[in-house]
Design a protein around this ligand. Structure first.
Ligand code: ATP
Ligand code: MG
Length: 286
C-alpha cells in the first residue's frame, strides 16, 4: 500500500479557509465538514488532520502529522523541534505591544516593572530579554485585549492585523514584536517515501503562490516600440511578439509581477501601447 502524507491544518479559525484553499489549488481534493477530524484525499496520497492551531507544532514534532500549516507566531512560541519548509503568504499579522490609549508611551524601557498580559509568554520573554527589560508576564489564553481594562495588566502583547480590536478596547499599538504569516512546517526526519510526497506538494505550492504574484500581460504596440517595451518588461524571458493584421502593429505577451505593472504602466502608454490586458495566472512553473 502506498504511504500517505499526513497534513495538519487548523480545524476552524483564521488559518482554516486559506489552508484548505491552498491545498485544493494544489490539486488535493477532500471533504471538510465541520465535525471532521480527518479526511482522505481522493487525488493525492494524503490525509488531512483538522486540529487546533496551538496543537499542530506538537503533533508535527511527535510525527503524528508529517507536515502542518501554522502561523509563524505559534511556531516560534511553541519552540518545538520542527522545520520551516515554506512561507505561505497568507494570514499575515503582527504581534504587537499595546497600552491604554490615554497613557503616554516612553519606549520599550517604560515597560520596566510593568505587568504584561499575553498568550505568547515565550516570545515576550525573549523580546524583553533582548531589550533588557524586567517585566512581569501574565499568561492568559484568550481575550488578552481586555486585560488592561480590568486591571490585570498595564500592557498587552497580542496579534494585530487592522488594529480595530485594540481600538474598540481603548488600546493603542506602540511596538511590533514580530511579524507573522502562515508557514508550512514538517517533522525533522521524514520517511523517504513521505519526503518525496512532500517535495511534490512543495512544488505545487510554489507553482500556486508564484502564480498569485504574477500576471499575464497582453498589449498591442506599434512595431517601432517593441524593443523599448521589451526592455522595460521584467518578464520571465523575452516576450512573445505576434504581428497584427493592422500593418505596423504587433501583439505582445509577457508575464510580469503585479507590483511592477503599476510602476511601468505610464511608460507603456507613453510608448504607444494600447489594449493593455492584465490577466490572472492560475499556476506557474518556473
Ligand atoms: P484555535 O482554536 O485553532 O486555537 P485560535 O483562536 O488560537 O484558534 P485564530 O484566531 O484562528 O487562532 O488565529 C490563528 C492564526 O492566524 C494566528 O496564530 C495568527 O498566525 C493568524 N491570525 C490571527 N489573527 C489574525 C488576523 N487578524 N489577521 C491575519 N492573521 C491572523
Ligand atoms: Mg489557538
Amino acid at each position: 500500500m502506498t504511504k500517505k502524507i499526513r497534513i495538519a491544518i487548523q480545524k476552524s479559525g483564521r488559518l482554516q479557509e486559506q489552508s484548505v484553499k491552498l491545498l485544493k489549488e494544489c490539486g488535493l481534493s477532500f471533504s471538510n465538514g465541520p465535525n471532521r477530524l480527518k479526511a482522505s484525499c481522493y487525488s493525492f496520497p494524503a490525509e488531512i488532520l483538522f486540529l487546533r492551531d496551538d496543537d499542530i507544532p506538537q503533533y508535527v514534532e511527535d510525527g503524528v502529522a508529517d507536515v502542518g500549516i501554522v502561523g509563524e507566531n505559534v511556531y516560534i512560541e511553541k519552540q518545538k523541534e520542527i522545520s520551516v519548509i515554506e512561507k505561505l503568504d497568507f494570514s499575515k499579522c503582527r504581534l504587537s505591544i499595546a497600552i491604554p490609549r490615554e497613557k503616554e508611551y516612553g519606549g520599550p524601557q517604560s515597560l520596566n516593572g510593568k505587568k504584561i498580559a499575553t498568550s505568547y509568554p515565550n516570545i515576550v520573554r525573549q523580546y524583553l530579554k533582548e531589550q533588557n527589560i524586567e517585566a512581569d508576564i501574565h499568561e492568559i489564553s484568550g481575550s488578552v485585549e481586555i486585560a488592561p481594562g480590568i486591571g490585570l495588566a498595564e500592557a498587552i502583547v497580542d496579534i494585530v492585523s487592522t488594529g480595530s480590536t485594540l481600538l474598540s478596547n481603548g488600546l493603542k499599538e506602540v511596538e511590533t514584536v514580530m511579524k507573522s504569516e502562515a508557514i508550512l512546517v514538517s517533522t525533522k526526519t521524514l520517511d523517504p517515501e513521505i519526503q518525496l510526497l512532500l517535495e511534490k506538494l512543495i512544488f505545487r505550492i510554489k507553482a500556486v503562490n508564484t502564480a498569485k504574484n504574477n500576471k499575464y500581460l497582453l498589449l498591442n504596440t506599434p512595431n517601432e516600440s517593441i524593443e523599448a517595451i521589451t526592455n522595460i518588461l521584467p518578464g520571465m524571458k523575452s516576450p512573445t511578439v505576434t504581428p497584427l493584421q493592422q500593418a505596423g502593429w504587433s501583439s505582445l505577451h509577457s508575464v510580469i509581477n503585479e507590483n511592477d505593472f503599476w510602476e511601468i504602466i505610464d511608460q507603456l502608454k507613453d510608448l504607444g501601447a494600447q489594449g493593455i490586458l492584465v490577466v490572472p495566472i492560475e499556476k506557474m512553473i518556473i
